[in-house]
Write a protein that binds this ligand. Structure first.
Ligand code: NAD
Ligand code: AHE
Ligand code: ZN
Length: 368
């Protein structure tokens, strides 16, 4: 079939809206009509050539919601008409990682996914006979896409697509990192670096679990109002203070119980670790750093009990946890609507990247 898609033909170039060819689902795969997709900073990072796994030409996008239109042989868990959220972190429930119960990082199809291919080692997308690669196993910047059955979460049908798509990455990553990765307890003092599409969801996760101080840090002063809207109790602009680590240790009464990097900046990651409380403070790296960047700190920071951890997709097990997070949204336990600052047709998708780079959006959503 043919489908409209925004194709990344080359790094650092605007996406081009073209009609591509899409092969139907093979065994164990499903065809999904994407109804809406968010644009995450990770899409911009890959488009800008910072992702060591970035492949071109490809169809980016990993924060979608849609409807199953066709299923391949052997598919049993979803059927045509089901509403689903694509999962860049699938959940096979059979691999060593899924069975360990220690991680959400299912390894069943990770090798082919990282090469922009379906599990059988081929792509379903092409344009004028040339292969177009998949991205993060999702490619939601295409109106129709093919996904492995283990990479879709079936969700309730009354959830609107143009808001619940954000649960496909930003909401789950932020809220999940608090609940599943850090397991923050009520009364904790926390610091969140970067109040964008991810950081604001960390903040609302901290509010939900009953954190005490929720300190937000951002170099963009307009983010203060956004942070307070979702539960932030204190705001710090690093440009307004001298030693940011000393300032945060003082503000949190000796150091944060938990800190979160939602910037992808390795200098900030170090600050996030070092503002943690001696003996137990835990820092969660969420931000994705540019290829070649490394983190560093004095080993003494770890010897004296601080813990450095990371979180992908908020530690959520997609097929199990995503439908629950959709319920939390529909039951108004978490908010999404005010964070969707811009909606646009696919033809205007490049505007979403401009708005993000200018710090003028929280989440832009393409509605097909
Ligand atoms: P965003 O652009 O919406 O927000 C980033 C925020 O960080 C902005 O408000 C910006 O002003 C702020 N910032 C930038 N430099 C800063 C600095 N030096 N100090 C303080 N604040 C600073 O991006 P987003 O969509 O929220 O994504 C944030 C990061 O999380 C990106 O690196 C993205 O790739 C990553 N991410 C990771 C996962 C995961 O599973 N680990 C999932 C989604 C996104
Ligand atoms: N491909 C990059 C790393 C990119 C990365 O860390 N991605 C996160 C999700 S970001 C979503 O917005 C992730 O889930 N990582 C785990 C995984 O298996 O990819 C690189 O450095 O090569
Ligand atoms: Zn993302």
């Amino acid at each position: 079939m043919k489908t409209r898609a925004a194709v990344a033909f080359e790094p650092k170039k605007p996406l081009e809206i073209v009609e591509v060819d899409l092969e139907g689902p093979k065994a164990g795969e499903v065809l999904v009509e994407i109804m809406a997709t968010g644009i995450c900073h990770t899409d911009a990072y890959t488009l800008d050539g910072f992702d060591s796994e970035g492949i071109f030409p490809s169809i980016l996008g990993h924060e979608g919601a849609g409807i199953v239109r066709e299923v391949g042989a052997g598919v049993t868990s979803v059927k045509p008409g089901d509403h689903v959220i694509p999962l860049y972190t699938p959940e096979c429930r059979q691999c060593k990682s899924c069975l360990s119960r220690k991680t959400n990082l299912c390894t069943h199809i990770r090798a082919t996914q990282g090469k922009g291919l379906m599990p059988d080692g081929t792509s379903r997308f092409s344009y004028k006979g040339q292969t177009i690669f998949h991205y993060m196993g999702c490619s939601t910047f295409s109106n129709f896409t093919v996904l492995p059955e283990i990479a879709v979460a079936k969700i309730r049908e009354d959830a609107p697509f143009d808001t619940s798509c954000y649960i496909g990455c930003g909401v789950t990553t932020g809220v999940g990192s608090v609940i599943f990765s850090a397991k923050v307890e009520p009364g904790a003092n926390c610091v969140v670096f970067g109040l964008g599409g991810i950081g604001l969801n960390v903040i609302q996760g901290l509010r939900m679990v009953g954190a005490d101080k929720i300190v937000g840090v951002d170099i963009n002063p307009s983010k203060e109002e956004w942070g307070r809207r979702f539960g932030m109790t204190h705001f710090v602009n690093p440009k307004d203070v001298g030693d940011i680590v000393a300032h945060l240790v003082n503000l949190t009464g000796g150091g944060a119980d938990y800190s979160f990097d939602c910037t992808g900046n390795t200098t900030v990651m170090r600050q996030a670790l070092e503002c943690c409380h001696r003996g137990w403070g835990t820092s969660i790296v969420i931000g994705v750093a540019e290829a070649g960047k490394e983190i560093s700190t004095r080993p003494f920071q770890l010897v004296t009990g601080r813990v450095w951890k990371g979180s992908a997709f908020g530690g959520a097990r997609g097929r199990t946890d995503v439908p629950k997070i959709v319920d939390w949204y529909m039951e108004k336990k978490i908010e999404i609507d005010p964070m969707i600052t811009h909606r646009m047709p696919l033809e205007k998708i490049n505007d979403a990247f401009d708005l993000m780079h200018k710090g003028q959006s929280i989440r832009s959503v393409v509605v097909y």
